[in-house]
Design a protein around this ligand. Structure first.
Ligand code: NAP
Length: 296
């Protein structure tokens, strides 16, 4: 008998690369593993994407692919909805029909940020922009078509040593600029893809994982506080030769096409209760990535 197969979509993304890298340390030796990038499984090509699944017949699909350009989505909503909602619905339907499990990653941007306390998984959604709306539509497709066969993980402020993210953008700007201004009135929780990947492995292991979970690293801060800590750690680890002045600004001074929630802290207690996953706080998780970037 051949071993069951796990397929990961979006292999070239931050999360996809992290899952591939950590796979050899995962508690899942009974599975085969295949990570597919956009050239191998393109979610905007619905029929051929499903044909790829039909040929591989995975037992578990981890959907780490997404249209993630939050600002571009405002003027490109058809493409965002195709990848983040329509394609997700097709994968969900295929999973239900073929008795496969779907683990899907979603976002804090499904919320409008008016809460004053961490969002629980069943709290009212109300996305402010096209990206969040497309991701919410993807969640709804999954819940309608594959509720028993799926788990959705909402996460926030994702970063890693790979790809494009706030940490790497800040490090670049801190090298190039004499001073920086960073938004201080949007509050959320940074999340390293490392901890998220470990949670995904735990969810694959626990076949009862179903429904909506929230996952971030521990703690909540503003982008300004995040930038200060990135700079502090980067100087300490020798990635930056000096610190530059960083000033707090309101989001109203940072002009971007998409509106973002002012508060998007996620309550992760359901994930912590159900899975053996790393509960480390955001500073400790950041340090692992800063050290990784420093070793390159
Ligand atoms: N980044 C964040 O701050 C954040 C926050 C909350 C939630 N999330 C969610 O977390 C998940 C992982 O995000 P991430 O940061 O790892 O994203 P990422 O680095 O932008 O990676 C997304 C991947 O999806 C691929 N992709 C885009 N369109 C595709 C298509 N039509 N077919 C197949 N693949 C396609 C991209 O391919 P290319 O490499 O070819 O472009 C990319 O490799 C996503 O579901 C995202 O919505 C992210």
């Amino acid at each position: 008998m051949t071993s069951p197969l796990i397929v990961v979509t979006g292999a070239a993304g931050q999360l996809g690369q992290t899952i591939s890298r950590l796979w050899s340390e995962s508690p899942l030796p009974q599975y085969q593993f295949k990570a597919l990038d956009r050239s191998e499984l393109d979610l905007s090509q619905l029929e051929s994407a499903i044909a790829v699944l039909a040929e591989l017949k995975p037992s578990v699909i981890v959907n780490a692919a997404a249209y993630t350009q939050v600002d571009k989505a405002e003027s490109d909503s058809i493409a965002a909805h195709l990848v983040n909602a329509e394609a997700v619905g097709r994968i969900a339907a295929w999973s239900a029909e073929n008795d496969a499990r779907l683990i899907h990653v979603s976002t804090d941007f499904v919320f409008d940020g008016t809460s004053k306390t961490p969002y629980e998984p069943d709290q009212q959604t109300n996305p402010l922009g096209t990206y969040g709306a497309s991701k919410l539509a993807g969640e709804q497709q999954i819940q309608a078509m594959a509720k028993q066969h799926s788990a959705i993980i909402r996460t926030s402020w994702l970063y890693s040593e790979y790809g494009n993210n706030f940490v790497k953008a800040m490090l670049r700007l801190m090298r190039e600029k004499e001073q920086l201004s960073v938004v201080n009135d949007q509050i959320g929780s940074p999340t390293s893809t490392h901890g998220l990947a470990v949670l995904i492995f735990a969810m694959i292991l626990n076949r009862n994982a179903a429904g909506i979970y929230h996952w971030t690293d521990g703690g909540s801060i503003s982008w300004f506080e995040f930038a200060l800590e990135i700079q502090r750690q980067a100087v300490q680890e020798g990635l930056l030769s000096k610190a530059i002045p960083i000033s707090p600004i309101p989001a109203s001074e940072y002009l971007a096409p998409a509106r973002r929630p002012a508060y998007s802290v996620l309550d992760r207690s359901r994930a912590l209760a159900d899975f053996d996953c790393p509960s480390a706080d955001w500073k400790a998780q950041l340090n692992l990535v800063i050290k990784e970037l420093g070793s390159k």
